[in-house]
Design a protein around this ligand. Structure first.
Ligand code: SAM
Length: 631
């Protein structure tokens, strides 16, 4: 009997990576599965690459555990908010807001959205000591299990379990939190995709080395410096800190397009004239330094060659280029108010401006891009302070402008108040684009203990006033709604959330057998079957925003979308089989390449019959149709 998709009993800290190696380099393994290192060296050597002798690496307590977390299958299921998603405003949307722990969510997205995301922006907990970051993990490994799966000594396993269960905020804890999230997120990036990560001094060094490990050092593009305060902040002991960093990595630098930045209105102001070629302004042709000396004949025959001090004048361009430009009308020779001849040329607006690493007011789309501007934006939407230190949309717009095109998907899996989603909608409103956002936020409770009540009071009051749970997720959702209303954005968004695994579903998985398992798959109700369908459609590569259509085979109901057909319910009869074959014959638009049956609702005998019928049919029609029994 096949195992469940969610079985983690064989997953270790390197099981997936080994599978990739075995699949792609079978000759590097002997018949007992041992790795033959020199065969791999041959491959690398033949490509002319040197073997690096450097053994520099980032190590921390919990690294192998973090690798194990990255490799594990999800421990949750996915559920849709059917009421919200059915609404007219949202039913055709391709935007997503997903509630849940982002590691789980990223794993659920990893097949459907594999290599689909152009830009990721995240603003994770900075681990400042005061930002509430603590390592939180409800996995229940014994030290023996962890030692086996992570391939580490018992003592190390014990020390890791101590910090994972003790709400630690050490550097190791933070790195263990970040590694698997970045690792899985990378799989979602397109080959020309990029990731931007906001960070401050507390973890920026750790983050750089961590990203080198996940994305490859050669894909590091830069550290942007964002001046996040107008006046110098005074909150540090010795030096007023007034910036944060944004680390940028390409998924693969070889595919990264040239980056051009949009001009700020202030920058554009100078280019006040325009001809058929471009915008321009008249700039002086005379240069203070340089060695391009030649005489220029003025309209009245006066020859400009020496300045008022008798020194030769150097011009901006070569004489031959000057002549061409003069002929074209790109040069004018006029008298200044002092009645002296002067030479001007058309300073044309460059095709694009390279982004600069220092993000200060002037460069940020004309100002309003500090943390307090972010707060002011939220205040403007809600009339309340409902989120501490949101990023300003102008900052995210700057990043979107550098990289995103009109059809791209943008992901933020630490959504907070939803600034990224807001910025994506704002940019679409500005340039008529159709960018999509996917944004993820955990249902973090708004802390109402006496210590935090003051800080969260307005957010709590807001949630109470609209009758929703007191969570950050509800703030994210409300922000996206308000921002889209304000912008007149009609793209809507669908809501999904992670949902706990059914009780007993994963128990006894190792000896799983439909006849003996304690889990009763037949007893799942309609809603639970829907949860499985939602989770499986993403697993089978369908977008969450793609619909599964109900299809009737006689009286038996199946679900069909993107060439995958699901038979989830029991009661599949000969009559249904007959109707299924007829539909395959008659309906041109019905071309499943995969049939997934829910094993618990199909006795082995029925599974065999169905398989045989399909094999006969396939042989007759020579079509590809794979049947999978899934548990
Ligand atoms: C610094 S805030 C992001 C602020 C956001 N950039 C904005 O402008 O509003 C980080 C957010 O990540 C959320 N978060 C932390 N851990 C998470 C997890 N494991 N999964 C999903 N969200 C998480 C926190 O609840 C918080 O809202």
């Amino acid at each position: 009997m096949p195992k469940s998709l969610y079985d983690n009993s064989d997953i270790t800290q390197n099981s997936k990576q080994l599978d990739v190696l075995k699949k792609n380099f079978p000759n590097c393994f002997d018949k007992n599965g041992n790795f033959i290192a020199h065969k791999m060296e041959e491959i690398v050597g033949n490509a002319g690459l040197e073997l690096s002798k450097e053994s520099y690496a980032l190590n921390w307590l919990g690294k192998s555990y973090a690798r194990l977390l990255a490799n594990e299958n999800p421990r949750t299921l996915l559920k849709e908010d059917k009421v919200h998603n059915a609404k007219e405003a949202h039913k055709n949307s391709e935007n997503l807001l997903i509630k849940g722990d982002n590691l789980e969510v990223l794993k659920h997205l990893s097949n459907a959205y594999s290599e689909s995301i152009k830009m990721i922006y995240i603003d994770p907990p900075y681990n400042t000591g005061g930002d509430g970051f603590v390592y939180n993990d409800d996995r229940k490994f014994s030290k023996e299990e962890l030692s086996r799966l992570a391939g580490i000594e018992l003592d190390e396993a014990k020390r890791i379990l101590e910090f994972t269960s003790s709400k630690s905020n050490s550097h190791s804890a933070w790195l263990t939190f970040m590694y698997p999230r970045l690792y899985v997120a990378r799989e979602l990036l397109r080959e020309d995709g990029v990731i931007f990560i906001s960070i401050d001094e507390n973890e920026s060094s750790q983050l750089k080395l961590l990203c080198d490990e996940v994305f490859g050092e050669e894909n590091f593009i830069t550290h942007f410096i964002w001046k996040n305060k107008k006046g110098g902040g005074n909150d540090s002991k010795y030096v007023a800190i007034e910036h944060e960093s944004i680390v940028m990595y390409a998924n693969d630098e070889n595919y990264l397009e040239k980056l051009f930045e949009k001009y700020t209105p202030k920058y554009l102001k100078r280019y006040s004239e325009e001809d058929t070629e471009s915008k321009y302004f008249w700039d002086t042709f005379k240069r203070k330094s340089g060695k391009q000396y030649y005489p220029i004949v003025c309209p009245d025959g006066y020859i400009l060659e020496f300045d008022e001090n008798g020194n030769k004048i150097s011009w901006l361009r070569s004489e031959s280029r000057f002549k061409k430009d003069l002929e074209k009308g790109d040069i004018k020779i006029i008298k200044n108010p002092k009645d002296e001849w002067t030479v001007h040329f058309k300073q044309r607006l460059p095709k694009g401006k390279k982004p600069r690493t220092i993000l200060i007011e002037e460069s940020l789309l004309d100002n309003e891009a500090t943390t307090s501007d972010g707060s002011a934006e939220l205040l403007n939407l809600f009339n309340k302070n409902i989120f501490e230190n949101p990023k300003p949309t102008k900052l995210i717009l700057k990043l979107l402008n550098i990289i995103s095109k009109e059809e791209d998907i943008i992901l933020d899996f630490f959504a907070g108040s939803g600034t990224t989603a807001h910025s994506v909608m704002a940019l679409n409103a500005e340039d008529g684009g159709n960018r999509k956002f996917i944004t993820v936020q955990i249902a973090e409770k708004l802390d109402d203990t006496s210590k935090k009540l003051q800080k969260n009071k307005e957010a709590i009051n807001f949630c109470d006033s609209i009758g929703v749970d007191r969570t950050v997720f509800e703030i994210t959702k409300a922000r996206i709604e308000k921002a889209s209303e304000q912008l007149g954005d009609k793209s809507g968004f669908k809501i999904y959330e992670t949902s706990p695994m059914f009780e007993g579903y994963l128990d006894d998985m190792e000896e799983l057998n439909a006849e003996t398992t304690l889990f009763n798959g037949k007893a799942l109700n309609a809603e639970e079957i829907e949860v499985l369908l939602t989770t499986w459609k993403a697993y089978d590569g369908m977008l969450l925003t793609d619909d599964l259509d109900e299809v009737l085979f006689g009286t038996y109901r199946g679900y069909y979308g993107k060439n995958t057909l699901y038979f989830m319910h029991d009661g599949f009869s000969m009559e249904a089989l007959q109707a299924f074959i007829e539909k395959l014959d008659d309906d041109q638009g019905f071309e499943p390449s995969k049939l997934v049956v829910f094993g618990y609702n199909f006795e082995s005998k029925h599974q065999r019959e169905l398989k045989e019928a399909l094999t006969n049919y396939k042989n007759k029609k020579s079509i590809e149709l794979e049947m999978v029994a899934r548990y």
